[in-house]
Design a protein around this ligand. Sequence first.
Ligand code: ZN
Length: 130
Amino acid sequence: MKIETSRRVELIDITDVVKEAVETSDILNGICVISTTHTTTSIIVNENESGLRDDILNLLERLVPPSAGYQHDRIDDNADSHLKAVLLGSSEAIPIIDGKLVLGTWQSIFFAEMDGPRHRKVNIMIIRQS
Ligand code: ZN
């Protein structure tokens, strides 16, 4: 899937797109792997509540403030974006049972942009249980 991000740092809920991919795959049991192909973005699973979304982004800013003397900033000026992506990880694997993603009531899948706005890609791979 393609994503157009609109801010430098933001969380975008992609749960509905992933669910649709699973439901149209005709795979009843297996695993869905959602991964990002970029080094300054991440995939995470958590609750889609506006205050919590801000809390997550604020936590990342506190842990990895921009321009804090990073070596990578000498060539690219986005070291904080890479480091935030390292903390959150590049993929999530979610089970599929009876044709549905196994997500808890409050779990959503997010694409995390840390160096936007940009054109981004997310890979969704669905693997059938043998
Ligand atoms: Zn860079």
